[in-house]
Design a protein around this ligand. Structure first.
Ligand SMILES: Nc1ccn([C@@H]2O[C@H](COP(=O)(O)OP(=O)(O)OP(=O)(O)O)[C@@H](O)[C@H]2O)c(=O)n1
Length: 407
């Protein structure tokens, strides 16, 4: 196969390959970028593999950075772009099921490609668009099949994360996992526990955000791989519930965790926090998801959110909540929701036209718990448009609140 119309990313990188080849070495585009080009999908990054050893690559280019020199990776800087160039290599060892104990640089493209995970990821392409297909990856791309290169079990022993990658690609591409590859995942699923939670999490999130999540979830279910994901050992029911939802497409990491929390019926904050902690997410994500889950509950209860709920949820978590609620069948029109949010008189408590100092100056209160209560009452009155966000109006209102509290 020769690709005649190469995406701009390849055209920009072509001079790099040309320079390496002019010096007598081989150089190819490899991996995901070749796969995605053939599928007509946008590219994330362009990876280059070469027979030149790292020191040889560095001699050919003025500006390089040693991004992973021990694994053979050198970044070549060119016109504001950075291109990761990795020397052909074989790997051995893998005692920890995560990474090789030893990397050996080699001069053969075939040796490099045969250690890769799936046939569709083991394609290489020349600078002129000629696809090198040593493991029938093109046929698998055509037929929508994920097949391990060579002996599947060996590929998963080398890096157990590849089992998660299989189900993630199934979801992103709508591919089916070839039977022997699937069997090898079922047989080696326990190895997933050797993988850092953070790496498994990234694949889980990508699976849930794929265009064909049912394909990915089916893979998890039939292989039993889900049992070895954090907090998932007894979650067959969760997977089945997700699979039973009408067609869905999540577009953010926040939405994935909100949908999971809701489907697992984790509506109180502590339970959501516990789940996300087990998956080692950031505190920022935990805070977003706990807020969004509350908003999903409010949407379910009332069909729409009050001004106060809109204010305290914030537009980002509102958008997350509404995406999830829409999948569950009780979302609001997103434009209407954004309009209701924009219509709030203020969007942050710091925008309130009075503060504690103003209350003291007006002799309405002395610093203490009462001050906080009065400010909260003012905030709520402004959000619900009972009082305009003007200092005079708010001081009048605060005076009334203070009186009522003193009596
Ligand atoms: N565990 C892994 C990870 C990567 N690879 C190889 O390294 C390439 C690049 O890996 P990566 O950038 O992680 O993934 P992509 O396949 O490019 O896909 P995506 O960018 O969607 O993650 C893959 O295509 C594959 O050939 C592999 O064999 N085993």
């Amino acid at each position: 196969m020769i690709l005649t119309q190469l995406p701009a990313e390849f055209q920009a990188a072509k001079p790099i390959l040309d320079t390496i080849e002019a010096a007598g070495y081989e150089a190819y585009f490899v991996g995901g970028c070749v796969r995605d080009t053939i599928l007509g999908k946008p590219l994330h990054d362009v990876d280059i593999a070469t027979s030149a050893f790292p020191a040889e690559v560095k001699q050919l280019f003025k500006r390089t950075v040693d991004t992973g020199i021990e694994h053979g990776t050198v970044m070549i800087l060119d016109h504001g772009n950075g291109y990761e160039t990795t020397t052909f290599r074989t790997e051995s060892g893998y005692q920890d099921f995560r990474r090789p104990d030893q990397v050996t640089f080699v001069r053969s493209l075939q040796d490099d490609l045969k250690r890769r995970d799936f046939t569709i990821n083991a394609l290489a392409m020349t600078a002129n668009g000629k696809v090198i297909d040593l493991f029938d990856g093109l046929a698998d791309l055509e037929q929508g099949v994920l097949r391990a290169v060579g002996i599947a079990e060996a590929r998963f022993h080398e890096d157990a994360l590849r089992m998660m990658r299989a189900v993630r690609f199934a979801s992103q591409l709508g591919f089916t996992i070839e039977p022997q590859t699937e069997q090898a995942i079922a047989d080696n699923a326990t190895l997933l526990t050797k993988i850092a939670v953070e790496r498994t999490r990234v694949e889980w999130e990508k699976l849930l955000m794929g265009q064909h999540p049912i394909a990915g979830l089916t893979g998890l279910l039939t292989t039993g791989l889900y049992r070895y994901m954090p907090a998932m050992a007894d979650q067959e029911g969760l997977l089945r519930q997700l699979m039973a939802l009408p067609t869905w497409h999540l577009t953010s990491i926040e939405s994935t965790w909100t949908l999971l929390s809701w489907t697992m019926r984790l509506t109180d904050e502590a339970a959501v926090r516990h789940l996300l902690k087990m998956w080692r997410t950031s505190n920022e994500l935990i805070s977003h998801v706990t807020t969004a889950v509350k908003a999903v509950a409010a949407l379910k209860r009332a069909g729409r959110l009050t001004a106060q709920e809109n204010f305290y949820t914030g537009l980002d978590a509102l958008t997350t909540a509404n995406q999830v609620a829409t999948i569950l069948g009780f979302g609001q029109d997103q434009t209407e929701l954004a309009r209701a949010y924009a219509d709030l008189p203020i969007h942050d408590k710091h925008e309130l036209a009075i503060n504690g100092g103003d209350l003291v100056k007006a002799k309405l209160v002395t610093p203490g718990p009462m001050m906080g209560q009065i400010l909260t009452a003012c905030l709520q009155a402004v959000i619900t448009k009972q009082v305009a966000n003007q200092q005079d109006d708010l001081l009048d209102f605060a005076g009334m609140v203070a009186d009522s509290k003193n009596h």
